[in-house]
Design a protein around this ligand. Structure first.
Ligand SMILES: [Zn+2]
Length: 121
């Protein structure tokens, strides 16, 4: 899967494990850079199983770098909204939480079905 720099309006291709191209990565404030490394999990960009903490930090980094570039990231930017979906809200749980809820519901359904079948035997 093609992976590009996460900086606003940057289309430079980078390795999946790289958050931004070299130029933009060096513009990320050091404290955020450290947090991104601490919260990063290999493969998370492909399976979209991104922790809320990482998503929040990534969002802050993108906004900080855009500011240094003299740009403003619109609230509805697809990259930011993707991170928002990973963070989730009280009414709209994160994608990871939603998958877990569906998995648990499916597990319960199978269990109920089996219990029903056993009762009929
Ligand atoms: Zn870049």
């Amino acid at each position: 899967m093609a992976h590009t720099c996460h900086a606003f309006e940057c289309t430079k291709a980078v390795k999946p494990e790289m958050f931004m191209c070299h130029f933009h990565w060096l513009r990320v404030p050091q404290s955020l850079r450290k947090r991104i490394w601490a919260l990063y999990r290999p493969g998370q960009c492909d399976d979209k199983n991104i922790s809320a903490g990482y998503a929040r930090t990534a969002k802050d980094a993108i906004i900080a770098v855009a500011k240094l570039d003299g740009k403003t990231v619109p609230e509805n930017d697809p990259c930011l909204t993707l991170y928002d979906a990973c963070i989730g809200t009280s009414t709209q749980p994160s994608m990871v939480a939603q998958v877990k809820l569906r998995f648990d519901a499916a597990k319960d359904a199978v269990f109920t079905e089996h219990a029903e079948l056993l009762r009929k035997l």
